[in-house]
Write a protein that binds this ligand. Structure first.
Ligand SMILES: [Fe+2]
Length: 377
């Protein structure tokens, strides 16, 4: 996007003869994906650096091993997209929460630890980033790479994001890519379904701007002496993008297909899956509802977006369930019989499976359905 010099790492001059500042932004040292950006000003030039606050979450003490259910819609505080994030579950690899981003951010932000995924449950607006601007709508997964400076500018109206913060990198599953990185024909999505920044707006004013950086459990504030979105051009493979869940083409079969068919993204030690409206299994004697299953080395989180979730009772929009490894889970009483002969489901849910145990953040207890663990009686 924008303008870049013909050859990397060569002089790229402004009209007045001074140089644009080149930044190589990559992951995994210099062996992951990367982009090269050209700034008006050095991305390092700050006039003030402060420790802003402790962001560590407080987990509950050891509880009994049981299935949990939280009504995340009961968290109603309206804030900007960053400072009001309300975390419910987490471990060493991922932090899961919600936020109701109705207010604009009066600062810029970057996550210095890993990529972020913001799933838009509802609300519209735009995300202004150093790579350009993305516009979002319900059902969007907004994927923002580590270190990307951005701010969320919501449109008017109610808004809610499911927030997934990582300390690794988000990608689509490797098994859907050929040796060249192109998405294969059996993939539930293709390149056309992924949308990078639409416009690149370059700001070159030299006022003071605050950029908050989340790093190692703390929020830091850096005051820049220039606008942080001062990029005139960039190229490369690292950039924020949007994938809308309605573009996920479900994989269906004659008999029940296992959860990996829903996989959309992966990070280190976790996956993100999309349960979308789809035709049910078509074997004449098929049982469309899932069988009871033990999670093998994974904790399963489901965030219910909309539709009548086929295998559960007592679940509402915004519900978040946690089915920990070590004990089996499955459909609620009556749901197996009810699914037989049905042609389709309209459910929409996001699942996060983590390969290391999750812990419940203490404040999640405020929204807990404490009877859930007995709901299979
Ligand atoms: Fe499951």
């Amino acid at each position: 996007m924008g303008d870049i010099p013909r050859k990397r790492h060569t002089m790229y001059k402004k009209e007045d003869g001074t140089l644009y500042r080149e930044q190589v932004m990559g992951t995994k040292g210099f062996s992951g994906i990367q982009s090269i950006l050209y700034h008006h000003y050095p991305p390092t030039s700050i006039v003030k650096s402060e420790l802003l606050k402790d962001c560590s979450v407080h987990y509950e003490g050891q509880a009994d091993l049981a299935h949990r259910h939280f009504y995340s819609h009961q968290y109603t505080e309206k804030t900007d997209a960053v400072m009001g994030r309300h975390y419910l579950l987490g471990n060493e690899d991922v932090l899961i929460g919600v936020v109701n981003p109705t207010e604009p951010m009066d600062f810029f932000y970057r996550n210095g630890d890993g990529d972020e995924v913001l799933f838009v449950h509802y609300g519209t607006g735009k995300v202004e980033t150093m790579f350009g601007t993305l516009t979002y709508k319900p059902g969007d997964y907004i994927v923002i790479p580590i270190g990307t400076i951005y701010r969320v500018v919501p449109s008017e109206g109610d808004a809610k994001f499911l927030v997934i913060e990582t300390n690794s990198w988000i990608s689509t599953p490797k098994r859907y890519r050929n040796a060249h990185g192109q998405l294969l024909e059996h993939s539930p999505f293709c390149e056309r379904d992924f949308h990078g920044p639409e416009t690149l707006e370059t700001h070159d004013d030299q006022n003071e701007y605050e950029v908050r950086t989340k790093s190692r459990g703390f929020m830091h504030a850096h005051t820049f002496n220039h606008h942080p979105l001062d990029v005139v051009g960039w190229d490369g493979y690292l950039f924020p993008y949007i994938f809308n869940v309605d573009d996920f083409e479900p994989i269906t079969g004659r008999i029940h297909m296992p959860p990996p068919i829903h996989q959309t993204f992966e990070g280190n030690n976790f996956v993100i899956c999309s349960f979308v409206p789809r035709m049910y299994d078509y074997h004449p004697e098929a049982i469309p509802a899932p069988y009871f299953h033990s999670n093998v080395n994974s904790d399963e989180v489901l965030y219910y977006v909309k539709g009548n979730f086929m295998s559960r009772k007592g679940i509402s929009e915004g519900s978040m369930t946690l089915h920990p490894s070590g004990i089996p889970h499955g459909p609620h009483p009556g749901k197996i019989e009810a699914s037989i002969g049905k042609k389709e489901t309209l459910e929409l849910a996001v699942m996060i499976d983590t390969f290391r145990p999750l812990r419940v953040v203490k404040q999640a207890q405020n929204y807990e359905d404490v009877e859930y663990k007995y709901s299979w009686k």
